[in-house]
Design a protein around this ligand. Structure first.
Ligand code: FES
Length: 107
């Protein structure tokens, strides 16, 4: 987890938009992110699959993993690790929930 001091958090979604065990695609500028809700815990990954660039935020969450809608590669919602090869990871980003707001910290 990256240090969050002195860094801006950006509101990207409202909590009711992200039911448990689902994923939501959000964008900041040109960058896509996949917000995941795993049993009430909100996490964020890059929205771009490392296989062929599929939209992870348009996939599904199954057993704590986001499943890419293009060829079903799976990534752990917390660590970003690929299920088949954990040495292959998509980037993760810190998330904060304040009331009904989901805030994302990006570089
Ligand atoms: S682009 Fe994601 S599995 Fe192929």
């Amino acid at each position: 987890m990256r240090k969050m001091d002195n860094m801006a958090l950006i509101k990207v979604a409202a909590l009711p938009d992200l039911p448990e065990n689902s994923v939501l695609e959000v964008s900041i500028g040109d960058d896509l992110y996949a917000l995941c809700n795993v049993g009430g815990t909100i996490t964020a990954l890059t929205g771009v699959c490392l296989h062929q660039g599929g939209p992870l935020g348009q996939g599904n969450v199954v057993d704590g993993r986001v499943v890419c809608p293009w060829h079903a590669w799976e990534f752990d919602c917390r660590t970003g690790a690929n299920t088949e090869d954990p040495s292959e990871c998509v980037a993760t980003f810190p998330v904060k929930v304040e009331g009904d707001n989901i805030l994302l910290q990006v570089p």
